[in-house]
Design a protein around this ligand. Structure first.
Ligand code: GLV
Ligand code: GLV
Length: 296
């Protein structure tokens, strides 16, 4: 049991897992060959309190017959809600506006002060159209947007419900007023938002990322924001995490940074905790009182 706020240091983690049957971990805990070796043959299950499992070496677990649990579905609404909050905070400049209000910058009501692009009538592009991407699309639609585009490796028949249209990545970038990344981090999506991608976006585009920092070439994003290649970015995920205080992203007025709180609704986090514990029980003895989510 690790009860401090900071992640368990690697050497403590390696020592602590020796001989255990199950590991309850978070996305900050790297589960690789070295860790699995340190745990030894007693280990039967690794359950992460997250929907992303890019921190887990799935192939290595499969080889050793170690089951993996994760927490899809139960955080979809929370993450989609946070995505909308971050999108609107970024486009309508809420942190900047609050800062002005608190520091004397609010001198009068003025017609063009603190203005930003509206969602109604806009084209919104969603990269990664799984559970969370689709939940974002349903919310975006209720803002009376003109078009919703999505880019996903596979066709998503569920898209019909939101009227979202599948395009190429390039078409999505060039047509969208808002570009939202909801894609899992896999080799295909690693730094898919690079210099060339930001250059294909509209100069007025707002970029939002609530998936993984690794989908973005962060230096290219910083440059795009500094040179107004795009208008603004809202990030719930960065490289690294926590983002160091001297990061240029914190100095940019056109960037909103949140500390990876996508799933942080009270309801979602409670359910994620239970599901993660139940995933361990399900793998160890098959005694569960809610559906387990085991991917391997
Ligand atoms: C959070 O990022 C998660 O993967 O659940
Ligand atoms: C703003 O408060 C307005 O009345 O337009």
């Amino acid at each position: 049991m690790w009860s401090k706020a900071s992640p368990v240091p690697r050497n403590e983690f390696l020592k602590g897992v020796t001989g255990v049957n199950g590991i309850f971990c978070a996305l900050t805990d790297k589960i690789d060959k070295e860790l699995l070796d340190a745990a030894g043959e007693s280990l039967k299950v690794v359950a992460t309190i997250s929907v992303g499992y890019d921190h887990i070496d799935v192939a290595e677990c499969k080889k050793r017959n170690i089951r993996i649990g994760y927490t899809p579905d139960v955080l979809t609404n929370a993450t989609a809600e946070l995505t909308m909050a971050l999108l609107l905070s970024t486009s309508r400049r809420l942190p900047e506006a609050q800062h002005e209000a608190k520091t004397g910058g609010w001198v009068a009501w003025a017609p063009t002060w603190m203005t930003g692009p509206g969602l109604a009538g806009a084209t919104v592009g969603i990269v990664g159209f799984g559970r969370i991407g689709q939940a974002v699309a349903r919310r975006v639609k209720s803002f009376n947007t003109a078009h919703i585009l999505y880019y996903n490796r596979s066709e998503r028949p569920e898209a019909i419900e939101t009227g979202a249209i599948k395009t190429s990545f390039e078409e999505l970038l060039s047509r969208s007023d808002f570009v939202i990344c909801c894609a899992a981090l896999v080799p295909d999506t690693k730094e898919i938002f690079n210099k060339a991608a930001f250059e294909k976006m509209k100069k007025t585009a707002v970029f939002v990322n609530t998936s993984r920092g690794g989908t973005v070439d962060q230096n290219a994003l910083i440059e795009a924001l500094q040179t107004n290649t795009i208008r603004a970015a809202g990030l719930d995920v960065t490289t690294p995490e926590p983002l160091p205080l001297d990061s240029p992203l914190f100095k940019l007025k056109n960037c909103v940074v949140l500390p990876h709180i996508g799933s942080a609704s009270i309801e979602a986090r409670n359910t994620m905790s239970e599901l993660t514990a139940n995933n361990i029980l399900a793998a160890l003895k098959g005694t569960i009182n809610m559906p387990a989510e085991l991917i391997a």
